[in-house]
Write a protein that binds this ligand. Structure first.
Ligand code: HXC
Ligand code: NAP
Length: 256
């Protein structure tokens, strides 16, 4: 199998949170590789630019408003994807929420909100994708997690717990759905500099963060998206249940 242009030709993909940041880059790179792409998130204004960028690449593009915490809205989302793209081969669970807050000050609802967007939302979407992927004889689910799911990071108990749950869910579903031809994989980005989420969390500490990374820089959104293209393709046909870390070596914690 050669990794080449058009490697995702004939496939249909859905990216949650596909209107901004890493999700928008994944949407565009999947389209560039030949896939028709649907993007979904709460705010239609976030989705329109992304939809146009996919269309400009010559692919079918669909934007659908959906809160991934709402099980009924998620069912409607997948019904629309099926009606408008004809089916589904690739789901990217990318939607997430995050903010910095000391654990003892975090309200129950604050913890719940992030876990419900990241973990419960990924489950609801995976569950709704299952029959569509089965109709195609299999497919790929790519969960966007984070290195903080396997680290101990202050002020991030909600997001770290949610991402650790996503890492576990990746392994559980890979094992359960492998016999149906469905691969379930995860990408764990380290800090990606050109995203609003990271700009908010880093609060201008980019250079300090870069010094903690062996490769001495923050990541770029495309460096996540290119891996998503590979994982969605048949070139990755024997990879499942794995979380692939893309972090410039930050998890190694080399600090001098
Ligand atoms: C403390 C906060 C808070 C904050 C919200 N809450 N922001 N608590 N500090 N900064 C609490 C609220 O008080 C409320 O609890 C509860 O969280 C829900 O807040 P809402 O605003 O009502 O929720 P909602 O409108 O559903 O918004 C969800 C959200 C929001 C997660 C809180 O931030 C959001 O929509 N985020 C999407 C964009 C985003 O976060 N992107 C980052 C992606 S991840 P109470 O008790 O008052 O009801 C990312 C990862 C980087 O970038 C990785 C790092 C390495
Ligand atoms: P982002 O631009 O804020 O992306 C988050 C997306 O999720 C937004 O498009 C948002 O759109 C959508 N979303 C949030 N809540 C939603 C909900 N309830 N239902 C549906 N969609 C919802 O942040 P990002 O940095 O690109 O993050 C993308 C992914 O990468 C996340 O999973 C994040 O945890 C992960 N990650 C990022 C970094 C980084 O450095 N940036 C590092 C590690 C992991 P709406 O507001 O329109 O709903």
């Amino acid at each position: 199998m050669v990794f080449r242009d058009g490697i995702l030709g004939g496939k249909s993909a859905l990216i949650t949170g596909g209107g901004t940041g890493i999700g928008a880059s994944i949407a565009q790179e999947l389209a560039r590789a030949g896939a028709d792409v649907a993007v979904a998130s709460r705010d239609p204004a976030h989705l329109e630019e992304s939809r146009r960028a996919i269309e400009a690449l010559g692919r079918r593009a669909v934007a659908i408003a959906c809160d991934v915490r709402d099980a009924e809205a998620v069912e409607r989302l997948f019904a629309q994807v099926k009606a408008r793209l004809g089916g589904l081969d690739v789901l990217v669970n990318n939607a997430a929420g995050n903010f910095l807050c000391p654990a003892d000050k975090l309200s129950p609802n604050g913890f719940r909100s992030v876990v419900e967007i990241d973990l419960v939302g990924s489950f609801l979407c995976s569950r709704a994708a299952f029959p569509l992927l089965c109709e195609r004889g299999g497919g790929t689910i790519i969960n966007i997690t984070a290195t903080l799911g396997s680290q101990g990071v202050p002020l991030q108990v909600h997001a770290g717990s949610a991402k650790a749950g996503i890492d576990a869910m990746t392994r559980q579903l890979a094992s359960e759905w492998g016999p149906r031809g469905i691969r379930v994989v995860a990408i764990a980005p380290g800090p990606i500099g050109d995203t609003e989420g990271m700009r908010r969390l880093a609060g201008g500490r980019d250079e300090e963060i870069a010094r903690s990374i062996p490769l001495r820089r923050l990541g770029r959104r495309e460096e996540i998206a290119w891996l998503a293209v590979y994982l969605a393709s048949d070139a990755a046909a024997w990879i499942t249940g794995a979380t692939v870390v893309v972090d410039g070596g930050q998890r190694l914690r080399a600090s001098f």
